[in-house]
Design a protein around this ligand. Structure first.
Ligand SMILES: Cc1cc2nc3c(=O)[nH]c(=O)nc-3n(C[C@H](O)[C@H](O)[C@H](O)COP(=O)(O)OP(=O)(O)OC[C@H]3O[C@@H](n4cnc5c(N)ncnc54)[C@H](O)[C@@H]3O)c2cc1C
Length: 199
């Protein structure tokens, strides 16, 4: 019974309620592969923290998101202890302006992931994942050619965490303003989109 309750709660936390028509769960992996910064949320003694991190994501392992940092990082130490974590990735695609104040908005792609982390311990696994992470941010960049092979001491002084994604949701807003007078070219005022998407 307790297990059933927990499962229901878990599914519920990733259900998009506001603007449910913008929910695009089938695009979550695509958005995670495109994102650059993850905002990592966790609580310590009831105090919420949200800290920005780079991350690695590979659609070949759709339930895995990797975070790294100093072995002294407070955030990573908390997560390594098995604290529940929420990672949010957002890409801002446009600023939407309307003839009506209420309808000013933003275009975006975003994903919210819930899960728990484990430490990636072996040097071989860490080395391979760091090389893959550098490649994700810098296409074609290769160890031994563009930068030195990663020495053991750098691997040992860096924590690598694998977040197992238990649930995730994805949301998308695109297109122009949706105010009541925005389709009327003759109405007073202006409306449109300042495009920000760079890929
Ligand atoms: C775009 C981006 C990418 C980053 N990528 C990584 C990464 O991949 N790995 C990594 O280890 N670190 C990364 N950082 C730095 C990261 O945000 C933390 O500052 C760092 O990891 C230390 O975390 P901590 O929990 O030990 O911080 P602590 O120093 O223990 O945090 C104490 C307090 O400092 C403040 N604080 C911490 N970080 C920030 C911040 N970034 N901005 C404002 N206030 C802050 C908060 O109030 C926090 O409660 C990145 C930062 C940015 C902006």
């Amino acid at each position: 019974m307790a297990k059933q309750k927990m499962t229901q709660h878990s599914a519920e936390r990733a259900r998009v309620r506001m603007h449910a028509e913008r929910s695009v769960p089938e695009r979550a992996e695509e958005f995670l592969a495109q994102g650059k910064v993850g905002h990592v949320g966790f609580t310590v003694d009831g105090q919420p923290y949200v800290i920005p991190f780079s991350y690695h994501y590979d659609a070949g392992h759709p339930r895995r998101l990797l975070l790294h940092g100093s072995t002294a990082s407070r955030a990573l130490l908390q997560l390594a202890d098995g604290a529940p974590v929420c990672v949010t990735v957002t890409m801002l695609d446009g600023l939407v302006y309307s003839r009506t104040a209420l309808y000013h908005s933003m275009n975006y792609r975003s994903v919210v992931c819930f899960g728990r982390a484990r430490v990636v311990a072996t040097r071989a696994e860490k080395r391979a994942l760091f090389e893959a992470m550098i490649l994700r941010y810098f296409a074609g960049r290769t160890a031994g050619r563009d930068y030195d092979a990663i020495p053991d001491e750098h691997l040992d002084s860096t924590t690598l965490l694998e977040v197992h994604i238990e649930e995730m949701s994805a949301k998308l807003r695109e297109g122009g303003p949706k105010g009541p007078r925005d389709a009327n070219q003759d109405a007073p005022g202006t409306c449109g989109v300042v495009e920000l998407r760079d890929e």
